[in-house]
Design a protein around this ligand. Structure first.
Ligand code: FES
Length: 110
């Protein structure tokens, strides 16, 4: 059954910043793009790198392990949209970031 889970406070995630969190053992990456929060699976489809520890520029995160890039709004890899990362719905309630599990979309990979 779907549920909303508190994962962080809005104050922990300034614009342009990303963050790795866990929901029941599953890694989730949070991104703040100009004040809007997005959430993706924290496991890069290339080799499992933590996208929440990557570099965020605009709406693109670069994986810290080998540099694959993903659009954090869609979960797609711009260079090859065959590769996508699971995307979660996000809500903000009283300064808390809530993520809905299971994800809204399932990622695809090789
Ligand atoms: S694990 Fe992400 S680019 Fe290799």
């Amino acid at each position: 059954m779907a549920q909303w889970v508190k994962v962080a406070k809005v104050g922990e995630l300034a614009p342009g910043v990303c963050l790795s969190v866990e929901i029941e053992g599953r890694g989730v990456a949070l991104f703040n793009v100009e004040g809007t929060i997005y959430a993706l699976d924290n496991c890069c489809p290339h080799a499992g790198g933590p996208l929440g520890d990557g570099q965020l520029q605009g709406n693109i995160v670069t994986c810290p392990w080998h540099g694959w890039r993903f659009n954090v709004c869609t979960g797609e890899r711009p260079e090859n949209p065959v590769f996508t990362v699971s995307r979660f719905l996000v809500d903000i309630v009283e300064g808390e970031i809530l993520v809905r599990v299971p994800p809204e979309t399932e990622g695809t990979g090789p």
